[in-house]
Each structure stands twice: as C-alpha cells, then as structure tokens.
Design a protein around this ligand. Structure first.
Ligand code: ADP
Ligand code: ASP
Ligand code: MG
Length: 406
C-alpha cells in the first residue's frame, strides 16, 4: 500500500537550542512510528542567519552576493546534521542533505535565487531505503555548482517546492505561533487564529510584511495547488490551512492587518515636472536590481514636484547613492531618507465589493492622531506609511475597528 508522504518544515525558532532540536526529533519520530514517509526541511538555528549577516557586514559592508550565499547556507547545514543526530539518538534512521545534494537547481541570482528544477532522485532512493530525509532549507545550487540562497524566509519555499516535486500528501510548516492570525499575535495579543485562508489572501499578507510565510513560497503553492498547514512546533493543535478556495457564506471585508518595518522612504525634492524624469530615476534603480515599492508624486507647484518612494531597508544605502546621482543629472533638489517608517495594511477579499473601507482606515488612524505619509491600494488591500513609533498603536486600533479582535 502507498505510504503517505509528509513534508515538514521547522523554522529557526523551532530549532533554536538543543532541547528544541530534540523536541523536533521526537515529533518527526512519532510520525515515523505512525508509518509516514518523511522529508523534513529545517532552517538555521534561532537567529543564526541574522548573526551571519552582521558578521559579514563587519568584514565587508559591500560583500559579494556569491560569498554571502556561501556564508548564509552554512546555517542550515548545521541544523540538518544536528537534527539527523537527534533522530539517530531516538533509534530511527535519518540522513541529512544540503540543497545541492538533493538537486535543488536554481538560477544564479545570488541571495534571491529562483528554483529552476529539482532532481529529487536521491531523495526517492533514500526514502525507499526507509530513511527520514532531512533537507537544508533556503538553499540551492546553480548549474555551474555555485551555492545560492532563496531569499529571506526561503526554507518555506524549499518545503513547498519539495512537496510539489514529490507529490507529498501533506505539507506542514511548523513555527513558533499556532497558525496564521488576524495580525501578528506578538503585536496584538487579541489577534485570532484563522482556520482557513486562501492563497491570494495569504500572498497579499506575506507581501505586505506578515513574515510568518515567505511570499514566494505561497506563489509556488498557488501555482501548483499545494495545500499548506501552518502550525506550532510546540503543540499538537491544528493550525491554519492555506488553500485555493475557502467557502465562506459571505466574505468578511477585512480579515487581517499587517505591519512591515523593513522599508525605508526616499524623497527627491524639487524634481522638474517634465517628461522622462521619473523614467530616469527608476530606470537607474531597476538596473541596479533595487526593488521599488510605493511611489508617490505630489502635485506640481511652479513646475516642480517632490517624488517619494519606498524600498527595503537592506537596499537603502545602495538606493540613496543611485538616487542622489540621478537627482543631480535631472537637476532636482535634495534627496532625503527616512528609515523610521512603517507600513500598516488592511487585507481582505471582501474589499472588492464594499465601499467605505479606505475611509474607515483613515478615520481610525486620524482618531489615534496618526499621520499618513503615503497611501497605496490593491484589489484586496490598502496600505499606509506612518511613523514607526506609531506602528503598533495603528495595528491595534485597526484590528479593533474592523472587528477582528477576540
Ligand atoms: P520561522 O522561524 O518558523 O520561519 P518566522 O519568524 O519566519 O518563523 O515567522 C513567525 C513569526 O511571524 C511569528 O512569531 C509572528 O511574530 C510573525 N507574524 C507576523 N504576522 C503574523 C500573522 N498574521 N500570523 C502569525 N504570525 C505572524
Ligand atoms: N534561515 C533563513 C532566514 O532566516 C531561511 C529561513 O529561515 O526560512 O531567512
Ligand atoms: Mg520564516
């Protein structure tokens, strides 16, 4: 009879120390004893990836992306070996692999590589021998044998891609919260766990900063219809199912609030109001691979205007340099940078068919004396850039306003 295959992914906090690694090993072994085939994806221990980035910055703030990948991929290699040892100790057979060893082939865009294909024969062979397979998350290898990483939070992507490739019966993402909540439960303790959520809603939340799932992993799950169960590695409770469709009698208008503190804002003052100016600025940023998010251009005043945009903090110094240069070339004025901002967003499929949602958001922020610096909208979300110091208050008041609190 076909034995069920489960892909289980354990995030950094789930393997942060010896006791937690042993805990994960126990859970894996208990599934094994129930007769499942298991492919286990693991992230680096605790904050290892952040620590490695800090270390690299001390050596060279402008380190090559290839060498960054070489460095960061070591974090996950430690985890897989330790988890395999912990499972051996419990008397089960397990074998650990790096991304390269299990044929996760990517393009060569280092630090954010895309998976081209997976040659999973090695995994299938070892599964046949009855072993538990432990795979290092977040990493792959190019066709020319260079190690790559898949972007922050990339172990989620490793798990989803393997679940698809191996036709797994289940894909479980174990983390340090009980599932997907109406907002980050660390910011708002009154946040409620969501039982079922669609790929589209989850993708919007992830793109807007809910770090619990990597956005790219949801894109892949959606494309290949891989259902995901997000749950806690510290309990046996059912978590959240991320699926294609959720049958609700009526859509709730807003079903989540997200917060993103990883963006910075750049403003170019006194930009000449004539054709080609915005093209010049954003072409230079794009050529350097800088991802620009929100863009706002003010009304022109004496044939001059201000343009503001946001980018990720990690790319801020590169973006500032490029923008200052472009600003000179187009004869614009000063370039200002603000890292003390946050993006709060409301997300909900029901927004498509309801009016007054934006007004409700702005009104709530106003009542809490929170100034809105930028606004952007999509079909199913509205985002505001505000001062970072007011971010948590904004999240809590919006959570309350849209009836999400428990
Ligand atoms: P892991 O190490 O398991 O990959 P992450 O730190 O990447 O875990 O993601 C889990 C964290 O995401 C939680 O601890 C929580 O603070 C945060 N988070 C943000 N938004 C949400 C949300 N809407 N629901 C659940 N967790 C969220
Ligand atoms: N360790 C990597 C990171 O911190 C990958 C992951 O945790 O998913 O981004
Ligand atoms: Mg994560």
């Amino acid at each position: 009879m076909h034995k069920k295959l489960i892909v289980q992914k354990f995030g950094g906090s789930s393997v942060a120390n010896v006791e937690r690694i042993q805990n994960v090993a126990k859970r894996v072994v208990s599934y094994r004893k129930q007769g499942y085939n298991l492919v286990v994806v693991v992230s680096a221990l605790g904050d290892t990836t952040d620590e490695l980035i800090t270390l690299a910055n001390k050596i060279n703030a402008d380190a090559s992306e290839r060498e960054m990948d070489m460095l960061l991929s070591t974090g996950e290699q430690i985890s897989v070996a330790l988890l395999a040892m912990a499972i051996h100790k419990l008397g089960e057979e397990a074998i650990s692999f790096t991304g390269a060893q299990v044929g996760i082939i990517t393009d060569d865009s280092h630090t954010r590589a895309r998976i081209i294909k997976i040659n999973a024969d090695k995994i299938r062979e070892e599964l046949k021998k009855g072993k538990i397979i432990i795979v290092a998350g977040f990493q792959g290898v190019t066709l020319t044998q260079d190690i790559t990483t898949l972007g922050r939070g990339g172990s989620d992507l490793t798990a989803v891609a393997l679940a698809k490739e191996l036709h797994a019966d289940e894909c479980e993402i174990y983390t340090d919260v009980e599932g997907i909540f109406t907002t980050d439960p660390r910011v708002e303790p009154k946040a409620r766990k969501i039982d079922w959520i669609t790929y589209d809603e989850m993708l919007e939340m992830a793109s807007l900063g809910a770090q619990v799932m990597q956005a790219r992993s949801i894109e892949v799950a959606k494309k290949f219809n891989v259902p995901i169960h997000v749950r806690s590695s510290f309990s046996d409770k059912t978590g959240t199912m991320i699926v294609k469709e959720v049958k609700r009698m009526e859509e709730v208008v807003v079903n989540a609030i997200t917060l993103n503190r990883n963006e910075a804002k750049i403003t170019i003052c006194n930009v000449p109001d004539k054709p080609g100016v915005a093209a010049k600025i954003f072409k230079d940023l794009a050529s350097a691979g800088v991802n620009v998010d929100m863009i706002v251009q003010n009304v022109s005043h004496l044939r001059q205007t201000d343009i503001s945009f946001t980018i990720s903090k990690a790319e801020a110094s590169k973006a500032i340099k490029l923008t200052k240069k472009a600003s000179k070339q187009i004869e614009a004025g000063e370039v200002l940078e603000d890292e003390d901002i946050a993006r709060v967003s409301i997300v909900g499929v029901g927004m498509k068919s309801h009016s007054g949602v934006a007004a409700g958001m702005f009104d709530t922020l106003a009542k809490n004396k929170i100034n809105i610096e930028m606004i952007s909208t999509s079909d199913i979300s509205i985002s505001c850039i505000i001062k970072n110091t007011q971010a948590e208050a904004a999240v809590r008041s919006l959570h309350e306003r849209f009836g999400l609190a428990k």
